[in-house]
Design a protein. Structure first.
Length: 247
């Protein structure tokens, strides 16, 4: 990539019919936009699903818009925490379709999904220091794709937490029961999700049920990751490091 060319950034998330993730995406894009040189860079948002346009059309529209301001490069930033089918197959396929339609002179670059960022370990470690607990659980969605949990397990091992998954074993309830049996009385739960939505609502309800089931245990539930300035800093730092490597 040529560093003297104006670069735009398109954040791509899964998408939801719940309006809250879209609002959070806009907020995150705004935070990132504040970090970029004014008048030189651009940040947009797109979704893989729950949009009236397919992703490749959203990418094409974004490239057309920023090209009018002299942009020559669009970096696609997948806002996904696990390397599932969407990250490994769907997004590259949609980018390939967009590349067939974009104007000459425009370049689309696919960047790694954010769940692979090394800075996530430091981010979680800092989050955990703000919560008083005997033990912490990182609760991810989970995937049946082979090796898709490696990044979560690595983060948990680095920061001294244990893992649980919403859609595959071990579940939150099973993990909590194991920890209580081991003698832990203060448990912190960190949802490995970007934005508030239907699943995080269900997690909150599950935690309330655990409080009733185990009244002698203290449970603390953290917020999702994606709307804090610290998380925007994490993304921006990784983008700049990538540009140094590939620039």
């Amino acid at each position: 990539m040529q560093t003297n060319k104006i670069t735009a950034y398109l954040l791509v998330s899964h998408g939801s019919r719940d309006p809250r993730p879209d609002l959070a995406m806009q907020q995150l894009a705004g935070l990132l936009g504040e970090m970029l040189p004014q008048g030189e860079n651009f940040v947009g948002v797109a979704t893989l699903e729950a949009n009236i346009q397919p992703l490749h059309q959203q990418i094409q529209d974004f490239t057309d818009r920023v090209q009018a301001f002299g942009c020559k490069i669009v970096q696609i930033i997948p806002l996904f925490l696990l390397p599932g089918f969407h990250v490994m197959t769907d997004i590259p396929a949609e980018i390939a379709l967009a590349e067939e339609a974009i104007s000459a002179g425009m370049t689309i670059e696919l960047r790694p999904y954010i769940g692979s960022y090394p800075g996530l370990e430091r981010f979680f470690s800092k989050m955990m220091t703000s919560v008083k607990a005997d033990v912490s659980i990182i609760l991810a969605h989970g995937s049946r794709r082979a090796d898709s949990h490696t990044s979560v397990e690595n983060i948990a091992a680095t920061v001294g937490a244990v893992t649980a998954y919403w859609s595959v074993p071990p579940s939150l309830e099973v993990r909590v029961q194991e920890l209580i049996a081991a003698g832990y009385g203060q448990i912190a739960i960190f949802p490995y999700f970007l934005f508030t939505g239907g699943i995080t609502d269900a997690i909150a309800q599950a935690v309330e049920t655990l409080k009733l089931q185990f009244p002698s245990v203290s449970f603390q539930l953290a917020q999702p990751l994606g709307t804090s300035r610290e998380f925007a800093d994490l993304i921006w730092d990784f983008i700049k490091e990538e540009e140094k490597v590939f620039g």
